[in-house]
Write a protein that binds this ligand. Structure first.
Ligand code: KG4
Ligand code: ZN
Length: 343
């Protein structure tokens, strides 16, 4: 059987990434140019700077990916890219580059939803398949949702966050405590040496018990940070580690409690995790240790934004008979649920 080589492009936020994968699963290369250092001094992503850095880095990333994959341009069978959601200027660069490549190579082009990419990251470097109905916990910098996947590409929204996304709760609270950006990995690391029971955070109530809400916890983190005078504490102090462990414990128990409840309510055969927060070591531990349900975790290196996951989703869309016209435009607020899409 002929191998299908997919070149994927991802540029929705602050990572310029280009990957080449074989038959949807085997990652030949996954180049990621992270802009984190450039944005760090501003405490978060500066959209205009993100666009400019994508423009600078996209062609070097494509060239490097093709070289490292050990292929020639002409060997590429399919070009996949992220169409949204994300920063408009950032998305535009990746889409323009991917379209141009598909056009000049005369190869099929497919534009995929960023969150579908995160979902498909579970299949990379693996040969298992999703077990439907499958419950996806999407936990990233922009989204916190429970999604039931009834069959391939059939997504049903079960619950959503009413305010902040969980990644935002990590990032904003880290900033409040003077820990820098991005907060998720920093809190995760400090929490490993902290006491998760040291400080108590208020319980969260939502009208739909499966919905999420993190703004109250963020406010509680702000008050606690003032009380403990965290801005004046060394980053590696025990107070800081205990604060991180307690806050993370609360956020992760909110996520996992509702995920386990929904999985039982909807008779899911499998729970999968998708999005940058899937890299959280405590979340991964709880998901493995505290349930008998069947859980799939994406490989750590494919949790945060990368092009291999986009190539994987694109490959399966293509096998499903889909391609995308070359006049497609980026969508900043694209929904995974078509009827809710808006510009
Ligand atoms: O999926 P992603 O790379 O970008 C979006 O699509 O949003 O997710 C980025 C988010 C950030 O909020 C970051 O703080 C969080 O994922 N994150 C983590 C960890 N690694 C990244 N959150 C908690 N623990 C981590 N280890
Ligand atoms: Zn993402």
């Amino acid at each position: 059987m002929k191998k299908i080589l997919t070149l994927g492009v991802e540029s929705s936020c602050d990572e310029t990434s280009v990957a080449v994968i074989e038959n949807g699963r085997k990652v030949l290369t996954n180049i990621i140019y992270s802009q984190i250092k450039d944005h760090q001094k501003y405490g978060g992503v500066v959209p205009e700077m993100a666009s400019r850095l994508h423009v600078m880095n996209i062609i070097p990333c494509i060239t490097k990916a093709i070289k490292e994959a050990g292929i020639k341009q002409e060997d590429i069978d399919l070009v996949a890219t992220t169409k949204g959601p994300g920063l408009l200027g950032a998305l535009s660069t990746g889409i323009a580059a991917a379209k141009t490549l598909a056009y000049t190579l005369k190869k099929p082009f497919i534009a995929v939803h960023h969150l579908e990419g995160h979902i498909y990251s579970n299949l990379l470097d693996d040969n298992s398949n999703f077990e439907y109905p499958c419950l996806a916990l999407i936990a990233s910098g922009g989204h916190t949702q429970l999604v039931l996947i009834n069959k391939p590409f059939d997504y049903q929204l079960i619950s959503n966050t009413l305010d902040d996304a969980i990644g935002e709760a990590f990032d904003k609270s880290a900033r409040i405590a003077g820990l820098g950006y991005p907060g998720g990995p920093i809190i995760d690391k400090l929490a490993q040496e902290g006491n998760p029971k040291k400080y108590r955070f208020p319980s969260v109530k939502t009208a739909n018990p499966l919905d999420f809400s993190f703004s109250g916890l963020k406010t509680a983190a702000l008050h606690m940070s003032k009380e403990l005078n965290l801005l004046e504490q060394p980053k590696d102090s025990q107070i800081m580690k205990d604060f991180c462990a307690s806050f993370q414990n609360k956020l992760i128990s909110e996520l996992t409690g509702k995920t386990f409840k929904a999985a039982e309510e909807y008779n899911a055969n499998q729970i999968i995790i998708a999005g940058g927060v899937a890299a959280n070591s405590f979340l991964r531990k709880v998901l493995v240790e505290r349930t008998d349900l069947n859980v799939s975790l994406p490989p750590l290196k494919y949790c945060t934004d990368n092009a291999a996951m986009i190539a994987c989703a694109g490959h399966y869309r293509y096998l499903n008979g889909e391609t995308t016209a070359l006049d497609i435009e980026p969508k900043a607020n694209l929904s995974l649920f078509p009827e809710k899409s808006k510009l």
